[in-house]
Design a protein around this ligand. Structure first.
Ligand SMILES: [Zn+2]
Length: 316
């Protein structure tokens, strides 16, 4: 018997594909990706247990620069491509009172929050990984806590905005997280959520090779429409939707086509590389990312981008 659909409870599902951990190679176990026959939500099957899932998140799952020249270049690149995210959130904050704090859930090494802070916003980070929360403070001077949003030590209605970039597709309980965010937001506060969009052309064309499926870390593969329904159910009103992100869409296509060049995957797999090889692979990857820009822009212009970012407000 199959696990029931987490959205509607229906048990019948169509198998879309099968695969294993293509990007980080943490396991050889084969999983299915299935589509609920009642509500069409796409999910991983079976869901790993919460203890099993931990082994699929190797250490160093966030970006922390070393002091060498290549890392400094990488940080400059990351700052450049993160401007989309910073601008999207800044615009949301302009429409609310701009003096409020911003909470980034799944803050990683904290570079995004540092950039938002440089624009004058007060910021706080939260991450499951102690190493990430520590790096956010040590590398980027971003105050951050380690833990679960549902038990986070923050006062209700104390944030102007809560951001979750590439978080909820990893969660066993996205509803609990979104409801926790709802309680932490002050009236009129904004939630900004970004996920891979399973209604993109890349998924149709590449199937299991599309890195947005990310077996076995992505438990639910949302289409933009699924996310809108989920947000509505959790008390949010969708205000704005964006299908292109400079950080994620072109790099996502590059990593789908050449996962062995993906810099994060190479770091996590601890591939021994001479400095020259590392530089050559970084440049090849960068070239592939640049070559991916036109296709990913076209896909997004047709509302089938490989990520979707949504700004939503609390329903009054
Ligand atoms: Zn369903």
């Amino acid at each position: 018997m199959r696990d029931a659909c987490p959205a509607c409870g229906h048990e019948q599902a169509l198998i879309l594909l099968e695969g294993s951990d293509r990007l980080y190679g943490t396991t050889d176990r084969v999983f299915q990706v299935v589509e609920c026959q009642a509500c069409q939500l796409i999910r991983l099957h079976p869901w790993p247990s919460s203890s099993e899932v931990r082994q699929y998140y190797p250490g160093g799952y966030w970006f922390v620069p070393d002091q060498d020249a290549v890392s400094r270049l990488e940080e400059a690149y990351r700052r450049f491509v993160l401007r989309d995210h910073v601008n999207f959130v800044s615009r949301a904050l302009r429409d609310v009172a701009s003096d409020g704090r911003v909470l980034d859930v799944g803050c990683g090494g904290g570079l995004f929050l540092r950039m938002l802070n440089e624009k004058g916003h007060s910021v706080v980070g939260l991450d499951f990984a102690l190493g990430a929360a520590g790096a956010a403070w040590n590398q980027n001077r971003v105050p951050s806590a380690c833990g679960d949003l549902k038990q986070a030590p923050f006062a209700p209605e104390s944030f102007a905005a809560v951001t979750m970039f590439h978080v909820i597709e990893h969660l066993f309980d996205p509803v609990g997280y979104l409801e926790a965010a709802h309680q932490l937001l002050r009236p009129g506060g904004r939630l900004i959520v970004q996920v891979p969009n399973a209604a993109c052309w890349q998924f149709l064309l590449l199937g299991e090779s599309w890195n947005g499926v990310d077996i076995p870390r992505h438990l639910i593969n949302y289409r933009a429409h699924d996310l809108e329904i989920l947000l509505d159910r959790c008390g949010f009103h969708v205000l704005r939707t964006k299908h292109f992100s400079l950080r994620d869409n072109p790099a996502g296509l590059a990593s789908s086509l050449a996962p062995s060049l993906d810099p994060m995957a190479r770091r996590i797999r601890r591939m021994p590389e001479a400095p020259g090889t590392r530089m050559a692979k970084d440049l090849a990857y960068l070239g592939l990312v640049a070559a991916s820009v036109p296709f990913t822009l076209l896909e997004a212009a047709c509302h089938a981008g490989s990520t979707v970012m949504i700004e939503a407000s609390k329903k009054e």
